[in-house]
Design a protein around this ligand. Structure first.
Ligand code: ACM
Length: 459
């Protein structure tokens, strides 16, 4: 018998309720839990979990698989009782990511730790940190101390800023590793670099002031960006590093080289999105240079999908698709170009961007990605149906970004993320054949009171 009524999100690959009596441990702190890790039992991150009236057995292919089986176990428990089940589990996609934008609003280490815990409980295994943007530079680098000394003091909306000292960076990496999560740092170039110009005005071009900048200032405040001065608005696409300047080349080499050295994971994200203020030929030269530096430092470059149009991008580069489920004119070809490079991470903005408003009245969130994104919108999409020529083999995985223009603290992040983060977790982990809205809605409804009683703020 399958068990769709158990509050399991993401749904494991196979769940069978058995006829045995439920397990009622006499001592909740002693579960009679047997955990065996044996690589011959299955693929990466896989496990089996058996609950009988006598106790609990987990057999996992690796420590991550055992960790994910423990997350399933935590969702099974109600009032100290565990239903008798047999569960086989393994992920659909190997990259399951969440992204936090700590540039628009800086988030302290405790907040990042809490978000890691939330995401890991839903079997996400990558944390992408968007560490730099027009509004601030958030990581201390020994090679370029001016970046945090001069360009980290403010956030969007004029709020206070901040940055991660290297000890903070280590604390984030360690906590992520303890939850089987790989950190993917992003330094966004050549656009989204106004903050670089606050530290080094000579490295950036003058902001390109378009109607969008003026309209955004009118709608949200934050003024008009001026080279060399902090920017606290929401506009995008106005900033660019200078092209053909040896000082910029030295900057890229320092920043990506040092970040590669202090990051244990395989990926380093170079951004590359929304470079409306960069000449296309200069943009191509930047993308080639940045991805070559990252690859030479031994890392796999990741870039937002626009960079796929650059013929000379490093061939190992992974693309991150952020246009819509139905690609807009001209957006699918650059994304598809990654199918024969490093593959794709899918983050379609109209379903997977957790910073879109969850209802029209919410003061939190934005609406540019086709308006409000409901829980059902976040759930009802199939990764292989977005880009022709990009199927299961070309998709490395799925990521749910959370941009922080309107999100000031953990409570704001939680209200935007929950419960939609559960929908993205299920798309990333569970078998496509098990996709079923009614089942998902029932299971999420079972989890919401648990999340609330754990202190998570849910709208
Ligand atoms: C993006 O949303 N500009 C990647």
């Amino acid at each position: 018998m399958t068990a769709p009524s158990l509050p399991l999100v993401p749904l494991p690959a196979s769940v069978t309720l058995t006829d045995a009596a439920p397990y009622r441990p006499a001592d909740p702190d002693d579960l009679h839990l047997t955990v065996t890790v044996d690589a011959s039992t299955g693929g990466p991150e896989s496990s089996s979990l058996q609950v009988t009236e006598r106790g609990i057995r987990i057999m996992a292919a690796d420590p991550a698989g055992a960790f994910y089986a423990r997350q399933t176990l935590a969702q099974l428990e109600t009032d100290g009782v565990y239903p008798a089940v047999e569960i086989q589990d393994a992920p659909r996609f190997r990259y399951r990511g969440v992204m936090l934008d700590v540039a628009r609003h800086f988030q302290p280490v405790e907040t990042v730790r809490a978000y890691i815990d939330h995401a890991a409980s839903l079997k996400f295994n990558h944390l992408h940190l968007h560490l730099t943007d027009d509004q601030g530079w958030r990581i201390a680098l020994d090679s370029r101390p001016e970046l945090t000394e001069k360009a980290s003091g403010t956030s969007a909306l004029g709020d206070p800023g901040g940055y991660y000292a290297q000890a903070d960076w280590t604390a984030i990496l360690d906590h992520a590793a303890s939850r089987h999560m790989t950190v993917v740092p992003e330094i966004d170039v050549p656009g989204h670099t106004h903050a670089v110009g606050v530290a080094y005005p000579g490295l950036v071009a003058d902001p390109v002031i378009s109607d969008h900048i003026l309209e955004t200032a009118e709608a949200f405040g934050g003024g008009i960006p001026t080279r060399g001065f902090p920017y606290t608005g929401f506009a995008v696409g106005f900033s660019s590093l200078k092209h053909d300047d040896p000082a910029v080349d030295a900057f890229l080499a320092d920043v990506f080289g040092e970040l590669a050295a202090i990051t244990p994971g395989p990926y380093l994200h170079i951004g590359g999105d929304e470079c409306l203020g960069t000449d296309p030929a200069d943009y191509a030269a930047f993308v080639e240079k940045a991805t070559a530096i990252v690859a030479a430092a031994g890392k796999i470059p990741v870039a937002w999908h626009e960079a796929g149009a650059v013929a000379g991008i490093h061939p190992s580069t992974v693309g991150q698709y952020w246009n819509f489920v139905q690609p807009q004119e001209g957006q699918d070809a650059p994304a598809r170009a990654f199918a024969t490079r490093g593959g794709l991470i899918l983050s379609p903005a109209d379903v997977a961007y957790l910073d879109m408003k969850f209802d029209a009245l919410s003061p939190l969130g934005l609406v540019w990605a086709k308006g409000v994104t409901t829980l059902r919108d976040a759930y009802d999409w199939e990764p292989t149906a977005i880009l022709d020529g990009v199927g299961e083999q070309q998709i490395l995985g799925i990521e749910a970004p959370l941009w922080s223009e309107t999100a000031r603290d953990l409570g704001d992040l939680e209200q935007l993320a929950f419960p939609r983060i559960g929908a993205i977790a299920e798309i990333a982990w569970s078998p496509a054949a098990a996709h079923d809205w009614d089942s998902f809605a029932a299971r999420i409804a079972g989890l919401v009171p648990r999340w609330r009683s754990a202190g998570i703020r849910i709208p």
